[in-house]
Design a binder for this molecule. Structure first.
Ligand code: ADP
Length: 185
């Protein structure tokens, strides 16, 4: 089966094998880069399917809030354009540089700040991709532990979210998250 469910308090944590651009959650998270101008992987897929409105809003954010780019670990929100999700939360994960350059801390911040932003906007459901484990090269076993632990810690203090989905693009990634989740939840 390619759906797994866990619980933290009243919140459901779901792992699914799938495509982040197809999710019907209130928000989907984009594994963006600091330019916020699009890129490959998740970023490219979201902008392709979401259409130009998302990029326009990203440009405004660059002009106003983050003229030098979005720092690693921070998160911002735009509308979802043509996606089923109403919003896109853009966050920047760390590039893996061996593990001694604050990568774990920065990856945790990317998840934490995305969750915090979702709650501050009154959203109830959010879907994450596996941030940093594509082009940014973060080993997925390590990244999955940080992703799931950060969500767990957040939900233990904050019960306003109904559902947090992790969307894994390949069967291999899905299985790794599933094994990690069994240890954490
Ligand atoms: P990063 O630059 O943060 O590493 P990537 O987008 O390159 O981000 O990859 C992050 C993860 O998302 C990888 O595991 C990749 O396989 C996966 N991925 C790529 N496209 C999609 C998609 N459409 N939906 C969900 N996950 C995706």
């Amino acid at each position: 089966m390619t759906v797994e469910k866990f619980h933290v308090g009243k919140t459901v944590i779901q792992l699914v094998k799938g495509d982040i651009t197809e999710q019907e959650t209130d928000a989907v998270v984009n594994a963006a880069n600091p330019t916020l101008m699009g890129g490959g992987g998740v970023d490219g897929a979201i902008h392709r399917k979401g259409g130009p409105k998302i990029l326009e809003e990203c440009k405004k954010i660059r002009e106003t809030e983050w003229p030098n780019g979005l720092p690693t670990g921070k998160a911002v929100i735009t509308s979802g354009g043509n996606l089923k999700a109403k919003y896109v939360i853009h966050t920047v994960g760390p590039i893996w540089r061996g593990g001694n350059h604050r990568e774990p801390e920065l990856l945790a911040e990317a998840y934490y700040n995305s969750l915090k932003l979702a709650v501050s906007k009154g959203l109830k459901t959010i879907a994450f991709p596996s941030i940093s484990t594509g082009a940014y090269g973060y080993p997925i076993e390590k990244a999955s532990k940080i992703a799931l632990k950060t969500v767990k810690q957040f939900l233990e203090k904050e019960d306003k979210l109904e559902k947090v989905v992790f969307v894994l693009f390949t069967m291999h990634d899905f299985k790794i998250y599933k094994e990690t989740a069994k240890q954490i939840f």
